[in-house]
Ligand binder design. Structure first.
Ligand SMILES: [Fe+2]
Length: 138
């Protein structure tokens, strides 16, 4: 998984948090490839779950602050992802799936959600910023 500029949406905080999301996903994959212990893998998976929760809350607060109209719909998408992610954790705990499967799920979800959904938030914010610049210039 390589970070690519196509994920850069032009919002400082969201971009920063997305990069960190990538970093954490990669650290799970790397630790597993290096044969890390089950306890270590469990601890990294907990980090990814907590980080996802934090990141979604952060994004939701950014949406509220910018008066994003489809906040509720976007929040439901986050909640659905958290439910799916927790199912993957249960599978891992039961020894039925490997950490890389959880990461692969998260990665494909992340790339689709960033490009299709988060980009709509950042477009909304950037359009608003541009129109307020124009109106204050008048
Ligand atoms: Fe989002």
């Amino acid at each position: 998984m390589e970070w690519s500029n196509k994920y850069k949406l032009g919002h400082e905080v969201i971009d920063l948090e997305h990069r960190l999301f990538f970093y954490i996903m990669n650290s799970v994959e790397q630790a597993e490839a290096e044969g890390a212990s089950r306890n270590r893998m469990r601890s990294l998976i907990t980090e990814i779950v907590k980080y996802s929760e934090f990141h979604f809350l952060s994004e939701e607060n950014i949406m509220i602050a910018s008066g994003y109209p489809d906040f509720q719909v976007h929040r439901e998408i986050h909640q659905e992802l958290m439910r799916e992610l927790k199912k993957h954790v249960v599978q891992f705990e039961a020894g039925k799936s490997k950490p890389y499967e959880l990461v692969n799920f998260l990665y494909s979800w992340f790339s689709q959600h960033t490009l299709d959904d988060d980009s709509v938030i950042t477009n909304h914010i950037n359009t608003r910023a541009n129109s307020s610049k124009k109106s204050s210039a008048m």
